[in-house]
Design a protein around this ligand. Structure first.
Ligand code: UTP
Length: 304
């Protein structure tokens, strides 16, 4: 009985983090540096994302990388030279910070080659993931560590099977920037059933104000669909288009549900949101916050 239950609900343990995009919105900073390595206060954005996966119980992380992405691999690896220099100085605090990122999770890497779109990046994870449900966390989407989302999505996937997307209500004039979901209510306040999906619709064609944000828990049937998904919007193989096929026909790979997120989330690939993330997280830090907040207060009142 236990074996049967384990088989029908394998524990989700793998996280896939696509980080092979070109990051054109952040040029020239991203000419030679991946956008996921841009610091948010004093940690690269990608470290928050890996920490979030680990906090949700996912200790096997596959990062999908591309050209210029060596710094990502180095960040999650040991740096013996730096460690021994800090050790010699007796700087235990900084030594702990340096070691923390290499001790977080079991990291794996796969190269995407050509950045043919998010759907194609996810497909690159197929050999590593195998036949299990898995999570996808976009490397440039930062969910505030105090507003957990992924754990709830995993619960919903375990309850309903199929796939689960994260949804956030956005203003109508923003919806063309996102994938958008047509939804039906369920008995649970934070869960909806997704009946259709469209990538970056015009405001007039948007079926709702629910935008898909960068967290997914997917059933392995997504891979078969992605293999035959034609390039869509922007000439890219879109994950949203593959999910639309799942939502349109449950027999293909189970239902698609959405968890409605009401917490704080930042797109660190967007310059405005990146600045907001830094200011907010810095204000709330115990070490930096008090000084920074009082400077910010006087800057806003005296100079703006
Ligand atoms: P974005 O839509 O933000 O694209 O990708 P981008 O190319 O990285 O950024 P801009 O728009 O040019 O500034 C969403 C996520 O999907 C990944 C990105 O790294 C990001 O985490 N991605 C996108 C890939 O891994 N491969 C791709 O081919 C495209």
């Amino acid at each position: 009985m236990v074996a049967h239950m384990t088989q029908s609900h394998p524990r989700i343990s793998k996280a896939v983090i696509p980080a092979a995009g070109l990051g054109t919105r952040f040029l020239p900073a991203t000419k030679a540096t991946p956008k996921e390595m841009l610091p948010v206060v004093d940690k690269p954005a990608i470290q928050y994302v890996v920490e979030e996966a680990v906090a949700a119980g996912l200790d096997d992380v596959l990062m999908v990388t591309g050209r210029n992405k060596r710094p990502l691999e180095d960040h999650f690896d040991r740096n013996y030279e730096l460690e021994s220099a800090l050790e010699k100085k007796g700087d235990v605090d900084r030594l702990a910070k340096v070691r923390q990122s290499s001790d977080l999770a079991t990291m794996h890497y796969v190269r995407q080659g050509d950045p043919k779109g998010l759907g194609h990046a996810v497909l690159c994870a197929a050999p590593h993931v195998g036949q299990e449900p898995f999570a996808v966390l976009l490397g440039d989407d930062l969910i505030d560590p105090r507003d957990p989302l992924l754990k709830r999505m995993i619960e919903v996937q375990e309850q309903h099977g199929g796939s689960v997307v994260a949804l956030m209500e956005v203003a109508p004039e923003q919806i063309h920037l996102y994938g958008c979901a047509a939804v039906e209510g369920t008995g649970e306040a934070d869960v909806v059933k997704v009946t259709g999906l469209v990538e970056k619709p015009d405001r007039a064609d948007a079926p709702s104000s629910y935008a898909i944000i960068g967290r997914y828990v997917l059933g392995p049937s997504i891979f078969g669909i992605l293999r035959t998904t034609e390039p869509g919007r922007g000439g890219e193989i879109q994950l949203t288009d593959a999910l639309q096929q799942l939502a349109a026909d449950e027999k293909v790979g189970g239902p698609v549900h959405g968890v409605v997120f009401k917490g704080r989330r930042y797109d660190t690939g967007d310059r405005g949101d990146y600045l907001r993330a830094i200011v907010r997280l810095a204000c709330e830090r115990e070490d930096l916050g008090p000084d920074f907040r009082s400077w910010l207060r006087s800057y806003v009142t005296e100079e703006l």
